[in-house]
Design a protein around this ligand. Structure first.
Ligand SMILES: NC(=O)c1ccc[n+]([C@@H]2O[C@H](COP(=O)([O-])OP(=O)(O)OC[C@H]3O[C@@H](n4cnc5c(N)ncnc54)[C@H](OP(=O)(O)O)[C@@H]3O)[C@@H](O)[C@H]2O)c1
Length: 282
């Protein structure tokens, strides 16, 4: 049995689907009772419900598992404390394998949710657990949050300059690689950067959308203040707005680039391109 934390989010769902497709039994840690049914639909038999900062709950979650895939909730202010707790509980339970879902370039202090992951990585490496760290680029799937506007209005809006270049990765490729390192030997102590094959500026992203969707799509730079106002109106909390704003400013200033080499080696093929991702989601 494998434990997946952060199981009800988009990453958790994708990892669990990949694991259950291989016939693995999974225990899921979710935050709320109303998330249990979704996990059952994905083939999960055991679900532990509650706060990842609760030691008793985490001890219950890690008991008697073969391996742990730790996903911290996105932009959680207590990511370091959560990481330390999950690692400590894994250690006292005698867990054999620990995979941490980190992020591409965690060492960047200007982005707090990256820097927190860097501190968790350090703690994990110091723990003596048999661990592997995965560092995915931004998911292609993030664009689905704006899918309706893209399809109906032909507008792809971004809170940074259109010239900003990003590496992205298909979450399905991340999941395929993730379950390999969790289930197969030979990845102990490794850290892998997971990026897709394209490095695209936002005009190039719009051009691919245009070609695949067979309709005009133009980039709209909305500016950070406008984005913050929209995010607040949609109910996003202050910490997340602040953290995301720092990330967008970083992207605009420095770009955010990785290479597909490690992911290609893990998958044994070229990772999926953005064009292929769009085609699949039509
Ligand atoms: N999105 C990307 O492009 C990307 C790229 C690389 C790495 N990552 C990393 O991937 C990780 C997962 O992101 P995600 O968007 O899939 O996750 P997510 O949806 O934000 O969170 C996963 C789940 O954690 C739950 N949760 C929140 N607070 C909790 C708590 N205190 N205790 C237990 N569970 C709690 C959430 O429940 P509620 O929904 O009920 O709050 C949610 O179901 C993040 O660490 C992120 O930084 C993301």
């Amino acid at each position: 049995m494998f434990l997946v934390t952060g199981a009800a989010g988009k990453t958790g769902n994708a990892i669990i689907q990949a694991l259950t497709a291989k016939g693995e039994s999974v225990r899921a840690l979710v935050f709320r009772h109303n998330q249990v049914a979704l996990l059952n639909q994905l083939g999960v038999k055991e679900v532990v419900v509650g706060d990842m900062l609760n030691q008793e709950l985490v001890n219950e979650a890690v008991a008697d598992v073969r391996g742990i895939y730790h996903i911290c909730p996105n932009m959680h202010p207590d990511e370091v404390a959560i990481g330390q707790l999950v690692v400590a509980c894994a250690k006292s339970a005698g867990c054999e394998r620990f995979v941490y879902h980190s992020v591409l370039h965690p060492q960047i202090q200007a982005m707090p949710h990256h820097w927190h992951k860097f501190l968790v990585e350090e703690h994990l490496l110091d723990s003596g657990l048999s661990c592997t760290i995965l560092q995915p680029a931004a998911y292609m799937q993030n664009i689905l949050a704006n899918w309706h506007q893209i399809l109906t209005d032909g507008i792809y809006s971004v809170p940074y300059a259109a010239k900003t270049r990003l590496s992205m990765v298909d979450l399905e490729d991340v999941s395929e690689a993730a379950i390999k390192v969790l289930r197969e030997p030979g990845h102990e102590g490794a850290t892998y950067e997971l990026s897709g094959p394209d490095v695209l500026n936002q005009k190039e992203v719009a051009a691919i959308l245009e070609e695949q969707l067979q309709r005009s799509v133009s980039v709209q730079e909305i500016g950070i203040e406008m984005w913050q106002e929209q995010a607040k109106n949609s109910g996003l909390g202050d910490y997340r707005i602040d953290t995301l704003s720092k990330m967008f400013r970083y992207y605009e200033r420095y770009d955010f680039l990785g290479t597909p080499k490690a992911l290609a080696a893990l998958l044994g093929r070229t990772p999926g391109s953005f064009a292929e991702f769009v085609k699949r989601n039509l």
